[in-house]
Design a protein around this ligand. Sequence first.
Ligand code: AMP
Length: 628
Amino acid sequence: MGAYETHFDRSINERDAFWAEEAKLIDWHTPFTQVCDFSNPPFAKWFVGGTTNLCHNAIDRHVATRGEQTALHFISSETNAETKYTYRQMHSEVNRVAAMLQGLGVTKGDRVLIYMPMIPEAVFAMFATVRIGAIHSVVFGGFASASLAMRIDDAKPKVIVSADAGMRMGKVVPYKPLLDAAIELAVHKPAKVLLFDRHLAPMQTTPGRDIDWAAFRLSHMTTQVACEWVESSHPSYILYTSGTTGKPKGVQRDTGGHAVTLTTSMYKIFGLKAGETMFCTSDIGWVVGHCYIVYAPLLAGCTTIMYEGVPLRPDPAIWWKICAENNVKTMSSSPTAIRVLKKQDAKFMQQYPLPNLKYLFLAGEPLDEPTARWVSDALGGVAIIDNYWQTESGYPVISAQVGVEDTPRKFGSPSFPVYGFNVKLKSEATGKVTAADEKGVLTIVPPLPPGAMTTVWGDDERFVSTYFSTFADEQVYSSFDWATRDAQGYYFILGRTDDVINVAGHRLGTREIEEALQSNPMVAECAVVGVADPLKGQVPIAFVVLRDPSQASDATKIAIAQTVDKEIGAIARPAAVYLVTLLPKTRSGKLLRRSIQALAEGRDPGDLTTIEDPAALEQIRAAFTKHA
Ligand code: AMP
C-alpha cells in the first residue's frame, strides 16, 4: 500500500485513533473525552467534552512564536491599497473588534451577519465573532437585498457588520443602500449595524442603529477580550448555500472539528508548512474563501494573501506578480478564473519567475481538460490540482493530498477521496455500488468527518430529509453529484443530480432564480435551466410565459432578466430570456424540467407519455436551436 492508501485506510478503519492524533494539532482548553459521538445518526459530534476557541488557535497561540510574521497580507488592485498585518497586529485588531461587538451587546451564541467587501476588516470581524463565542454568517457582497433579507430572517443577527462600498473593475459598488433595503424587507431587525467607511460612497446612516467603525474603535484601542472557550460542537458559523428549493440552506459548522480539519488540510492536502504563504483568490462570501483565505492559513501558522480585484487588472499578470513577490507556495482558484486568463496571452503568466509556486488547486466547478492542459503548460513546473468539495463538506472531499503522497494525477479527475470521507458511488436505481466507470450518485457513508456540516441552521429535520434520504436501502449523505470511478480508483465528477447549476463556480438554485423572475408582475410562469457556457461553465437561461402576450418585446426580456439582479444579484441573471406561450408540463401540472434540461444538452427529452401538450417542447427546442 502506498502512503495515500495507508493514510486513507486508517482514517476510515481506525477512525477515532486517527482523529485523536490529528486533534493534537490544535490547542484544547479542556481535553475531549470522546472522539466521535454517533449515537444519534446521521448527526455526529466530534471531540466531545473538549473546549476550544477558533480565534485562539488561529491567532493567539501563534503570537509568542511567530508574532512578527505576516499573518494577513491585503492587496487591492481596485483601490491600490496594500497592508500587511503580523500575527501580533492581527491579535490587537481582532481584540478591538471583539470589544466593539461586545459593546454592541453581542454574547455567546448570538449571530453576527457580515456583509462586506474583500477588506481586512471583514476578516477581523469573523475572528472577533468566534473569539467571543458568537456565530458569524458572511453573506457574499454580490447578493442583492431580497437574498440578504432572507438570510437576515433565517440567521436573526443581533448585529450586522458592513461597509459603504466595494469596488470592482474600477467601479464603486455601494453596499449600504442594499443593506438598508434588506433590513427594511426583513421581518427580523438587527439591533445595531457596525459600518466601516472606506470613503468610496456616501452613506446614509440611521441614528441609534448605525455605528461608525473608526470612531467606535478609538474607544477600544487597548481593550483585551478573553477568548470564550466553547464546546467543540458549538456552532462557529452559518454559510448559506443554494439547493433545490427556493430557500437557501444555512450550512452550520462546528468549532473543534473545523479547527482540526482545516489545520490538517493545510499540511496534508495543500502541502504547506507553518511560515509559508498561501494565496486563495476566492471571496470570503464563499466556503473556499472562508476556509482558505481566512481560517486554514492562520490556523496552520501560514501567511494568507487577501486580494480585492479581478485577475485582469491592471493587467493579466497581476496574480503571478503577487505570487512571485510574496513567495506563494500554494495557490487556490477556480477553473472559471483560469478560463478568463486563457483568453489572454500565456506570456502574462510567464512574466515573473515563480520558483516557489508549487501547487495550483482549482475547485468549485468541473475543470475541463483543455483548461487544465493550458494552465499546466503555461505555468511549467506548477502542479495543477483539481479538487472537489462543497459548502457542506468544509474542505476537499476528493483531491490529491500532496502532503501525504504526491500521487500521479489524471487530467479530468480530482484523484482520490480525502481521509475521513468514506465515499461510495451508488446506482440511482438500485442503490448498489456502481462498477468501474459506471455512473453513480456520489455519497458519503456517515458519520461525516469532523469539520463537515453538522446540521441545517435551525432545522435538523431539513438536514436529514435533504441530505440523508435519497436511498431507501441505506442512510448515506448525498452530494447530489454524479460521478464515476475508474479501475485505478480515480474519480470523475459528472455534474449535479438536482436542479442546482454552477455559474463560474457559484452554486445557484434554478428554483431560486424562477422565484425571483416570478416576482416580476409581467411573468405568468417560468422555467430556468443551466446551459453549457465556454467561460462560466454554465449559465442560466429562462423560458417565460407572459401574463399579457402583447407585452412581448426585447425590452420586456431585458426587464425580466434584470428582476433577478434586484432579487438575487447580477451573478444569477439569465444569459437569455425566451418568451414562450406554454411550458412543458405533465397533465398533473408538474414542470418537465428534466426534459428541458435534456434538450438544453442536446439529448433526447426522455419519456413524454405524460406531457400535456407536446407543442410546448417544440417551442423550447426552437429556442435552444437559436441559442446555440
Ligand atoms: P459549492 O457548495 O458552492 O462549493 O458548490 C459545490 C458544487 O460545485 C459541487 O456539488 C459540485 O457540483 C461542484 N464542484 C465543486 N468542485 C468541483 C470539481 N472539482 N469538479 C466538479 N464539480 C465541482
